[in-house]
Design a protein around this ligand. Structure first.
Ligand code: ZN
Length: 172
């Protein structure tokens, strides 16, 4: 087993698995280009570990861990919110699209209670940065918000009486 410390880049992911290579390093937040519109700060970095290995069936696997914090916009109050990232996921590398599970296979696996890792198509020049960014995006909640917002927007319910309440008053 070897450990390398460097920025994620194009790698032969099958070789990482076959040789049990672990890559660790910092993922600069400024490199998360697809996420940039959602971020309020692009300084700093997330920390990642990518470990390749073969399982008992000799399937090539990539184990990904990503930790850190992102500064984003709260979807409820529009103030800045710190979203912590703590990803721990294992992916099964397959050679081509035909080896990916069909939707039917996936449903059957879920029905059978089979928790086998998600499959992705690997390659000899696989974009690890793109994969890490995919994992970060997939890990985010549908709407990033504070647990409890400090301020409420003026559009929040309660200020304006509903037209039905006004009508009821007129009638009485
Ligand atoms: Zn908020």
């Amino acid at each position: 087993m070897t450990t390398e410390n460097q920025a994620p880049m194009l790698r032969d992911v099958f070789a990482l698995a076959n040789n049990a290579v672990t890559l660790t390093g910092d993922l600069p937040i400024a490199d998360l280009t697809r996420m940039r519109p959602e971020l309020t700060q692009t300084t700093g970095a997330l920390h990642y570990t990518i470990s390749g290995h073969l399982n008992e069936k000799k399937y090539p696997l990539l184990h990904l861990q990503i930790t850190g914090e992102l500064s984003m916009v709260c979807q409820r109050c529009l103030e800045e919110v710190t979203q912590s990232i703590d990803i721990d996921n294992t992916l099964h590398l397959v050679a081509n699209e035909a080896d990916l599970d069909s939707e039917e296979d996936e449903i059957n696996a879920i029905l059978a209670g089979d928790e086998s890792p998600e499959k992705i198509v690997g390659s000899t020049s696989f974009d690890l940065l793109n994969l890490l960014e995919d994992e970060v995006i997939l890990s985010l909640p549908q709407a990033v918000t504070h647990d409890v917002c400090e301020k409420t927007l003026p559009t929040a319910a309660g200020e304006k009486p509903s037209p039905f309440a006004v009508l009821a008053k007129l009638k009485s």
